[in-house]
Design a binder for this molecule. Structure first.
Ligand SMILES: [Zn+2]
Length: 336
């Protein structure tokens, strides 16, 4: 397991958020260290700032210039919930660089985790949003494609819908985006009937769950929708946007997952990539705002890779998962 990080990611400050705090960074590293102490073979990897040409495959030049200017002038506000400080541009570049490193490791046969902040999945081509500055998962996906991977999938289990990733690839046709998230909730997108447009029709997969959902509903989303679609799509690499704010202890999420739930998600996806002959997982940190839950959930995720897949069994259908299955059935034989 390659772990990409850089101490400068602690230097990002967002004065508009009382939860996306620098203390998340040591809490995330503590999760990796606990996994290592429990026997996970961790190889720490340094990362450099993401190269400009890779950033330009996702973000508009004018947006990157503005971000750099704001940070270099001491920081400022970039949106209603997103601010940056003097160290934020460098932290964001290193975060994107860590995501690139993780996907490179995956493509060379080694599972990887990028312990990064700020998170990325709400960032659009020209917008900072939802504590996110650069869209790390999208940048990693574009990097994989530039290296020759034709089919890339991003699975996002953060409690919030990753509207930035969805928008960037909505009409793409080669990148599959799958998200399970709370709804109605911030940022307001991610309904089951948002399935992509043009060449991308059917390649956006949304499972929207109500407040208070637990692992039974999430397991149903994996079994009934995500795993069949991934088997049919056969990505060459699977990037995981791993937010931990659906944990029961999270101050924002309102969901009921346990730390071990994330280990079972990782096991299920790890087993799947082996089954279909895809690269090992590239896991990128997104949200997660209870520090102890963040640590425990990351440990569980890293331990889950290489474990037997979970034996989820259900007595009944989940009607929210069923709604997604029905919306996507026209595009996927395995969902009919
Ligand atoms: Zn989130």
């Amino acid at each position: 397991m390659h772990v990409y990080t850089d101490a400068a990611m602690r230097d990002h400050v967002n004065h508009l958020s009382h939860v996306e705090v620098p203390e998340r960074f040591p809490a995330a590293l503590a999760g990796v260290e606990a996994a290592e102490a429990a026997g996970v073979a961790v190889e720490w990897r340094a990362c450099g700032p993401a190269p400009e040409d890779t950033l330009h495959t996702v973000h508009e030049r004018s947006y990157l210039e503005k971000l750099e200017r704001v940070c270099n002038s001491g920081g400022g506000f970039l949106g209603t919930d997103t601010a940056a400080g003097p160290g934020s541009f460098e932290a964001a570049l290193l975060g994107a660089g860590a995501a690139i490193g993780a996907v490179e490791s995956a493509l060379s046969g080694e599972a990887a985790f990028a312990a990064v902040r700020p998170p990325g999945h709400h960032a659009g081509r020209a917008t900072a949003m939802g504590f996110c500055l650069l869209n790390n998962a999208a940048i990693a996906a574009e990097h994989a494609r530039s290296g020759g991977a034709d089919r890339v999938a991003i699975l996002d289990w953060d409690v919030h819908h990753g509207n930035g990733i969805q928008d960037i690839f909505y009409e793409d046709g080669e990148v599959l985006y799958l998200s399970v998230h709370r709804s109605p909730f911030y940022p307001g997108t991610g309904a089951a009937n948002e399935v992509g447009e043009g060449k991308g029709r059917g390649l956006t997969i949304n499972v929207a769950l109500p407040r208070g959902s637990g692992e039974d509903s999430y397991g149903a989303a994996f079994i009934e929708v995500f795993l069949p679609v991934l088997r049919e799509f056969r990505p060459e690499v699977l990037i995981v946007s791993a937010g931990y704010d659906a944990h029961a202890a999270d101050p924002l999420g309102g969901m009921r997952l346990e730390s071990d739930s994330f280990g079972r998600f990782a096991s299920a996806l790890d087993a799947l990539v082996h089954e279909i002959g895809a690269a090992p997982l590239a896991v990128l940190l997104e949200g997660g705002y209870d520090l102890a839950a963040l640590t425990g959930s990351i440990t569980s995720t890293l331990q889950g890779i290489g474990q037997e897949p979970p034996n989820w069994s259900y007595l009944g259908d989940d009607r929210y998962v069923e709604e997604s299955r029905r919306a996507l059935a026209p595009y996927w034989e395995s969902l009919r």
